[in-house]
Design a protein around this ligand. Structure first.
Ligand code: ZN
Length: 245
């Protein structure tokens, strides 16, 4: 398995970083996790044809994780994709279906069948992918009630099994604890280093993870720890390179 972080930036745009997106090549399949702004351009730069992406999964609906989704669909459509595509969504599939229509992007006119399913269904069709819900959006309860919205606060982390070891993409987290069983024994983790307390990230040392890629920005506390003496196996996530497992 190999993977490439197409976007490693936090929610606040940075000049030198793209927004959240990870491309995984595993057993001949191309999996795209999150579609932050810039992902289409990155895929184009890598020379992939429109038919090469096998599946897309969105961890949650914050703009830094979904902002490139509609351009990705437009690119696949205009580049003549013909292979069916399933996109796994965290919640409220109708929001995406209606948004496509609103943008005059009618999937009925696409040259490929575009289907939407719930992230919780991903393992049924792709047993090499395991998911776990995260606590990232749980703090929104009061705001959701206050405006009478129907958001379900769903956010997911994914583990992709590989022959030589597994990869976990945490997406955004409040704590690492919420996905501890998903992480245990994996080879590499791309972890949100911005939101959780530094102690939560350092705890990954105890979960037998060989490589911890600090992604999505970094908290001041963790940045200080890394400057003093970075724990073994901990490194800053980099865009524009392939990581192998
Ligand atoms: Zn984010």
């Amino acid at each position: 398995m190999r993977f490439r972080i197409l976007g490693s930036g936090p929610g606040l745009p940075q000049l030198d970083k793209n927004l959240s997106s990870v491309l995984v090549e595993q057993a001949g399949k191309l999996i795209l996790l999150d579609t932050g702004e810039g992902c289409s351009k990155s895929l184009l730069g890598l020379g992939y044809s429109a038919d090469q992406i096998d599946l897309v999964a969105i961890s949650h609906y914050h703009p830094d994780h979904i902002s490139g989704f509609f351009m990705l669909m437009q690119m696949l459509y205009l580049n003549g994709r013909s292979k069916p595509l399933t996109v796994y969504l965290p919640e409220n599939k109708d929001f995406i279906i209606e948004s496509l229509k609103t943008m005059y992007t009618f999937r009925e006119k696409f040259g490929f069948k575009l289907e939407f399913k719930d992230c919780s269904e991903i393992g049924a069709e792709h047993p090499q992918i395991v998911f776990a819900p995260t606590d990232h959006l749980l703090g929104y309860q009061k705001q959701i009630e206050a405006v009478g919205a129907k958001n379900q606060m769903k956010s997911f982390a994914f583990r992709i099994k590989g022959e030589r070891g597994d990869l976990v993409y945490s997406s955004d987290l409040s704590t690492v604890d919420c996905i501890e069983p998903l992480i245990k024994g994996c080879h590499s983790i791309i972890v949100d280093a911005l939101h959780p307390d530094a102690a939560q990230i350092i705890k990954l040392k105890d979960l037998s993870v060989k490589r911890v890629l600090l992604n999505h920005g970094i908290s001041d506390e963790l940045d200080m720890i890394m400057a003093e003496a970075s724990p073994e196996g901990f490194e800053f996530a980099e865009e524009n390179r392939w990581y192998e497992i």
